[in-house]
Design a protein around this ligand. Structure first.
Ligand code: AMP
Ligand code: MG
Length: 424
């Protein structure tokens, strides 16, 4: 049977290929991708990136014994028993501020004024907070006794030289960056963010902010997909709109490849006559098009293009389909390139307020509102199903996942939910 004879397709369009289940397609994608090469990056540029070495501390933290309070360094034995009724008086023989470089020793029977973070002088084994004294500068009256060692932060009590601070694969957040800075690291070997080029196709599309003709629509997808890519950790280049002209599309794509670790297109992959993405990339021969057993998001294409074999995802044009496809296929791809695990968003269990039906043999992603209250996790499906309904999409904060073999879900039962906009 030639492609011309395939029922339900326009003449001359390629026959439909089955790409299997969502899991098959995810597997196909992940197996084609490698994590990006790590390099030494400045600490702040590494926020959210995964570290690619075990980081061993070159030093102790604290680096030296230092005072936890503003007060007076003392020999514990001198102040034992100090009280309001029986205060202890000591001569003040010096002062040490934080950042002080000279080494200071003191003898029993004396005291030294000391500031928070300043090195504790040799000979001292406790610090009396200023609040327990009269604050004297020549002689101090101490009316309360510390315990032995009190208010001294000991060298190495937090970190010892040689301690493993962060293991290979740790994602760097503010606290980890603070730790690296604390041990003097200015740079860290981390995997970069993938550069994701986002292109919308369609002769009907117009740029937001420009006038809209009677037969045109605004390009929602390139903004939405670029935002999804950025939220997943990528650097994004939103190219915007390319018409349905094959030469335009081919030349835009080849221009963009130099700066892309990944390309995402939307539109032009269904069974229409002007499906430019499918046209051009089918000729390239390195991108596979077909149908994944899912709803929404059935028409998918994935492959590599150009000399550097840059991965390309060709997502369907309907905004809801494009959104769900990006969440399900492109987010794991970005995470794999960044070396961030898990690649897939872990589903959570929730009680659904309403029932729903679902096509046999397809995994359905139902837009929904998810909420946790004292009764536990609840989810409410958003009524309509159309994959053009961007208003509904914006109201959703979750996707209910109805498995391939389930055709009907009863109200008040547990379902699996992907809670969106959360880090994982
Ligand atoms: P296509 O896959 O190109 O046939 O597009 C399917 C549907 O999605 C059509 O109704 C398009 O007008 C719409 N569509 C395609 N691209 C976009 C976009 N970038 N923004 C909003 N709607 C789009
Ligand atoms: Mg189109």
């Amino acid at each position: 049977m030639s492609a011309e004879d395939v029922p339900g397709q326009f003449p001359g369009t390629a026959p439909t290929v089955a790409l299997g289940t969502v899991d098959d397609h995810v597997e196909r994608i992940l197996s084609r991708l490698e994590p990006l090469q790590p390099y030494e990056q400045q600490l702040l540029d590494s926020l959210g990136l995964s570290v690619c070495e075990d980081i061993v501390s070159p030093m102790a933290l604290p680096a030296f014994d230092n005072s936890a309070m503003d007060g007076y360094a003392v020999c514990f034995a001198d102040v034992v028993g100090a009280s309001r009724d029986q205060p202890v008086y000591l001569p003040v023989v010096g002062e040490i501020a934080a950042g002080q470089t000279k080494i200071f020793a003191m003898s029993p029977g004396t005291t030294v004024r000391i500031m928070t973070g300043a090195p504790v002088p040799y000979g001292a084994d406790a610090v009396v907070p200023v609040e327990w004294t009269d604050g004297g500068e020549v002689q101090v009256r101490i009316h309360r006794a510390p315990t032995e060692g009190q208010h001294i932060r000991r060298k190495g009590e937090d970190v010892e030289p040689g301690d493993v601070l962060l293991e290979d694969g740790t994602v760097l957040g503010p606290r980890q960056l603070g730790l690296l800075a604390s041990v003097g690291r200015a740079q860290v070997l981390s995997r970069p963010r993938p550069r994701v080029v986002v292109i919308s196709t369609g002769a009907e599309l117009r740029e937001p902010g420009s006038p809209l003709g009677p037969d045109s629509i605004y390009d929602a997808n390139s903004y939405m997909l670029a935002a999804q890519a950025r939220a997943a950790g990528a650097i994004t280049y939103r190219v915007g709109i390319v018409s349905d002209d094959p030469d335009d599309f081919a030349s835009t794509l080849s221009d963009q490849l130099v700066r892309a670790d990944m390309v995402v297109t939307s539109g032009g992959v269904s069974k229409g006559q002007y499906d430019v993405v499918k046209d051009v990339l089918t000729r390239a021969g390195t991108v596979e098009f077909g149908e994944v057993a899912m709803q929404p998001g059935k028409p998918q294409g994935f492959g590599v293009i150009g000399e550097d074999a840059v991965p390309i995802f060709t997502l369907p044009g309907n905004p809801v389909s494009a959104y769900v496809s990006f969440e399900v296929f492109c987010v794991p791809a970005i995470r794999r390139m960044m070396g961030r695990t898990p690649y897939l968003r872990p589903p959570v269990r929730a009680l659904t307020s309403h029932g729903m039906s679902s096509p046999a043999g397809k995994r359905q992603f139902v837009r929904a509102q998810f909420e946790v209250d004292r009764g536990g996790a609840h989810v409410t499906p958003i009524a309509a199903h159309g994959s053009h309904l961007v208003g509904d999409l914006s109201d959703a904060n979750a996707l209910i996942v109805v498995p391939e073999d389930v055709t009907s879900v009863a109200p008040g039962t547990h379902v699996q939910v992907l809670v969106l906009d959360r880090d994982f």
